[in-house]
Design a protein around this ligand. Structure first.
Ligand code: ADP
Ligand code: MG
Length: 255
């Protein structure tokens, strides 16, 4: 699909995420191999690759939803260890948005957005509500605040999920195929929300196969296969002149 051209976005030389020699196993299965990745503040990185290549696992390691066994991950200067204090700090700085929105079905949209700020961040309720309404306006559904997730379309629910993440004031957003469970007509409204975030300077890593989005918004595209980063480049070069056979084969299947 074609995404609208994003405005000029700048990348700083400040490191947001530093991954060095990172390996992860699920039991005997070596799922991530020698991952090296430096993400600078303001970068918009798109991660693509075949199913099972380890994209979700990589994303989940970055906010410590999964443990890694070798190498290091440093997020905003905090090294990820099994120390729970660190994990809380990382999770409060890194927002995550999944394919399935994972909203609480028995809570209203507003309550979904204020739950973590009130109970995890200890934000006063009034302030949490103000913040939630601010972000619901930003994703263009303030009028849905009193409804329950089941009353909203898939695209609206995903925008609530994004707003809910933003309510925690993250400095980094991770997206794992946020549009792949959506009907085609709803994909654009979610991508538009993500484009706006990018334009505001949010550091983002997005696993997605929306190559129009990658071309318009990403400053770097990473291709993964078999648990490794095979190739990475700025989008024009990545799409027009892929280097490895694996990348060429993948691109020929999806474009
Ligand atoms: P992708 O997101 O690129 O499709 P994943 O990171 O989900 O890939 O999975 C990478 C590989 O790890 C796949 O072979 C998958 O079956 C396996 N895997 C994922 N999660 C687990 C798990 N919790 N336990 C064991 N194997 C897993
Ligand atoms: Mg995945």
């Amino acid at each position: 699909m074609e995404a609208p051209a994003a405005k000029k976005m700048t990348v700083s030389d400040e490191v947001a995420i530093e991954i060095r020699g990172m390996n992860k196993w699920y039991g005997q299965f070596h799922v991530l191999r020698d991952i090296d990745l430096t993400v600078f503040r303001g970068e918009r990185i798109v991660v693509c690759g075949p199913s099972g290549s380890g994209k979700s696992t990589l994303i989940r390691c970055i906010n410590a939803l999964e443990e890694h066994q070798k190498g290091s991950i440093v997020v905003d200067g905090t090294r990820l260890t099994s120390d729970l204090k660190n994990i809380d700090k990382i999770r409060s700085e890194v927002g995550m948005c999944f394919q399935h929105f994972n909203l609480f079905p028995h809570l209203t949209i507003l309550e979904n957005c204020t739950l973590a700020p009130i109970h995890v961040r200890k934000t006063p309720k009034r302030e949490a509500i103000e913040t939630a309404m601010h972000f619901l306006e930003k994703v263009k559904i303030p009028d849905q605040a009193g409804k329950y997730p089941g009353q909203l379309s898939g695209g609206q629910q995903q925008r609530v999920a994004i707003a809910r993440s933003l309510c925690m004031k993250p400095r980094i957003m991770l997206f794992d195929e946020p549009t792949s469970a959506l009907d085609p007509e709803m994909i654009k409204e979610v991508l538009d929300t993500m484009i706006e975030l990018a334009e505001e300077g949010m550091t983002m890593i997005c696993v997605t196969h929306e190559m129009g989005f990658a071309q318009a918004v990403a400053n770097r595209v990473i291709f993964m296969a078999d648990g490794q980063i095979v190739e990475q480049n700025e989008p024009t070069r990545f799409f027009n002149n892929p280097q490895s056979e694996r990348t060429k084969q993948f691109l020929s299947q999806i474009i």
